[in-house]
Design a protein around this ligand. Structure first.
Ligand SMILES: [Zn+2]
Length: 438
């Protein structure tokens, strides 16, 4: 890991010896991260397992070359609250105090900025360092005030109102359910669904979520006339599940190959999904006693039960071929899929099968194969899921799964270049929210 990072840095005009580099990393890391550095890096490893030196080194890329992030800007938005001043507003928007002061000075004569209307929305474009580039104040309808910094001075630059893409960042803490958390963070459902899909090989969102889990997501958002038109693609996400951070970034290589990868370029797509049950507003929520997973240990039960309302969609956990789709004793309506490498998966108690599903049919991972029900020996609607190897039930958590290809080594430089600012942003938001929680 050290070798890789140095290799990347060496391509920059900066010349630093390893020793000096290390000190710079230490110095630049501490003010922002303080005691949270231990969580810093190896996202798929528990913090206790990481040698301390590696933890510190892992923080270098975002911290050591702030200059290279200058062209990467982010949008933030806030609605004006009763009693807001320009100062309180800019501070909530994380504009640094230097630019906030200059903004106040330069907009002294712009009346409308001194009569902020509660409920109206203000967007700012800032660098990762909180430098203010542009502010949009949406006054209603298509009316908006655009104040842009040029040569260090903030000036009214006009009123544009076409559809544009903003990079949005949101963080949330899970108190009752993922959807409650995304709602209160103002994250659209389509983004929540993407988060679940992106991390589907690492986190079983039906069973693994705990109160206190946190997420930060960076995504494209399309705006027209100051109103969010629709959410676009998730660019980066961090999900801290039961204390373990999982990170993913979107990357498209020159040859067009794209996907979500761990910060080190490993693919996040695994051969099997962690949960074959579609995650949705109704099927989610560990706080709802009614939908709480049926509590049985795997050892006694040889399978996993997911309580969910009848009709919830069931997905193929992996690419495979339908070996059986029909009635089988206590399983009721059951689908058995055969996968590569002697693996098979079983989906029991279904209310119905996907249209046209039959023996011999080929399915792809995440294809809908049936719907939750209570057929066979079931006391209530739930999915009984089994994972078998050589015909014997196994605990899927204990079996090492094949993973999709990582970023090609010739694309790694481009990968780090394009994902570094996103990582920096995740680091920054994590630092902020932890400081707040402390
Ligand atoms: Zn069961």
């Amino acid at each position: 890991m050290l070798g890789d990072n140095i290799g990347i840095l060496a391509q920059k005009p900066l010349t630093l010896t390893k020793k000096r580099l290390r000190w710079l990393i230490l110095l630049s890391s501490f003010p922002l991260f303080g005691m949270v550095t231990a969580f810093g890096i190896a996202p798929d490893t528990s913090p206790e397992d990481i040698p301390i030196e590696e933890v510190i080194l892992g923080l270098d890329l975002p911290e050591i070359l702030p200059a290279s992030d200058e062209n990467m800007t982010f949008w933030r938005q806030e609605s004006i609250q009763r009693g807001d001043t320009i100062g309180t507003l800019l501070s909530r928007l994380e504009v640094n105090s230097h630019d906030a002061a200059n903004f106040l000075r330069d907009t002294r004569d712009i009346k409308v900025m001194h009569q902020l209307v509660a409920g109206k929305i203000v967007h700012v474009q800032t660098t990762t360092a909180g430098e203010l580039r542009l502010l949009r104040y949406f006054l209603g309808g298509s009316e908006q005030l655009v104040i842009e910094k040029s040569d260090g001075v903030f000036k009214v630059s006009g009123q544009a109102a076409k559809l544009e893409t903003h990079i949005q960042m949101k963080s949330g803490v899970i108190n009752s359910s993922l959807f409650a958390a995304v709602d209160s963070a103002g994250v659209p459902d389509s983004v929540a669904t993407q988060i679940v899909d992106i991390l589907a090989s690492d986190i079983d969102f039906h069973r693994d979520l705990r109160k206190g889990d946190r997420f930060t997501v960076v995504y494209d958002s399309l705006y027209g006339n100051g109103e969010p038109a629709r959410a676009g693609r998730v660019l980066a996400v961090e999900f801290i599940n039961q204390g373990t951070p999982h990170r993913a970034v979107y990357f498209e290589a020159e040859n067009g190959e794209s996907g979500y990868y761990a910060p080190d370029g490993k693919s996040l797509r695994k051969a099997f999904l962690r949960s074959p049950l579609e995650f949705s507003r109704i099927s989610s929520g560990f706080s709802h006693a009614r939908f709480h997973p049926v509590l049985k240990t795997w050892r006694a039960h040889r399978g996993i039960d997911y309580a969910a309302p009848t009709g919830t969609r069931v997905k193929a956990a992996a690419d495979g071929i339908v070996e059986f789709a029909g009635w089988q004793g206590g399983y009721g309506n059951v689908v058995i899929l055969q996968h590569r490498g002697q693996y098979s998966t079983v989906y029991g108690h279904l209310s119905k099968f996907a249209k046209g599903l039959g023996k011999g049919q080929r399915v792809s991972q995440s294809d809908i194969i049936g719907y939750v029900g209570a057929t066979g020996m079931a006391t209530g609607p739930h999915l009984h899921y089994e994972f078998r190897f050589n015909g014997i039930q196994r605990d899927p958590l204990r079996v090492a799964m094949p993973v999709a290809n990582p970023v090609a080594s010739r694309s790694m430089a481009a990968f780090y270049e394009s994902t570094k600012p996103l990582m920096a942003r995740l680091d920054m938001l994590r630092g902020t929210s932890l400081a707040f929680l402390d």
